[in-house]
Design a protein around this ligand. Sequence first.
Ligand code: MTE
Length: 346
Amino acid sequence: MLIKKPSDIKPSEITPEAMYRNRREFIKDGTNFLAGSVGIGSSLTSLAQDGDALKARAPAAMRRSPPASWWAEKFSSIKPAPDSEPNFTGESLTPYEDVTIYNNFYEFGMNKADPATRSGEFKTEPWTVEITGEVAKPGKYDLENILKPVDLEERIYRLRCVEAWSMVIPWIGFPLADLIKQFEPTSKAKFVEFETIVDSDSMPGINSRFAIVSWPYREGLRIDEATNPLTFMAVGLYGSYLPAQNGAPMRLVVPWKYGFKSIKSIVKINFRETQPNTTWNDLQANEYGFYANVNPEVHHPRWRQDMERRLPQTLLSRRVIETRMFNGYGEHVAHMYDGMDLASYY
Ligand code: MTE
């Protein structure tokens, strides 16, 4: 992220037009996923309600076996995304192959394909999440127990990376607020801090001599941001379990902020009174703020932020679109920043 400017994207990273068209046809025929029109809401509705039918119709890559038996039961009923904003964008979905091969997950390496190609050894079972700090119920929780009380739903969100590319992704998960309330935060819990697992045996980027991050990867939100109804914990995408490269088994999705806030493979959540240190802010504070709200008026020191490349790109069309304030979610989140100078609190 630090080093890859939009102009640095290699031609080999751009999906050829023909391949892209073929994929679109395949997926359209097979699943109706990518209709990209308002009709998509209803096709997703029927798919999402019937997990088995969904898996049977999905491309092979999407037919993933459950990490453990309880996942299948959890995924058997998923509330579909309503066909209206903010939980449904109405735009064409980014094809599954692009969502799962063009990734930022530096624990597996710094190239976009590294997370997909180098995560074969990564284990998500068993998985525990440690809850610490300003809560009535701290402890180490099995993921299965954390997920028991939550209902899974689908949300189709735009993801805008600070590197000026974007995707539209159908996530499966639940509001972060539903998780937070299980631990009963105290009145001192003003911020929430998240940490990613550090497993050098299965994450080849950890001990790489090119690593620039001081592990674990850390992110944080203000408590009102964390409990905003749009803030989502994803455990799946495209109707199936989350692939390792996208942050299995559970990652954050904060759609109005730059993608680096959406921390992957979370093992620790800490509730605290003061603002936490965060990975990218620590690395280069003048380039990556704590808030990181998508803002076309505040440019990155090394590139503009008022346009974005909607992936996948083709050789014939770069699909450059205008970036919207708060990534288009302002109606639902702008009130949280009333009175703040967003050029200072970037
Ligand atoms: N989480 C961890 N642990 N490590 C990372 O390197 N990269 C971030 C974010 N979460 C990252 C991470 C960045 S820069 C982006 S843009 C998004 O993940 C990308 O999510 P995706 O690969 O699922 O599209």
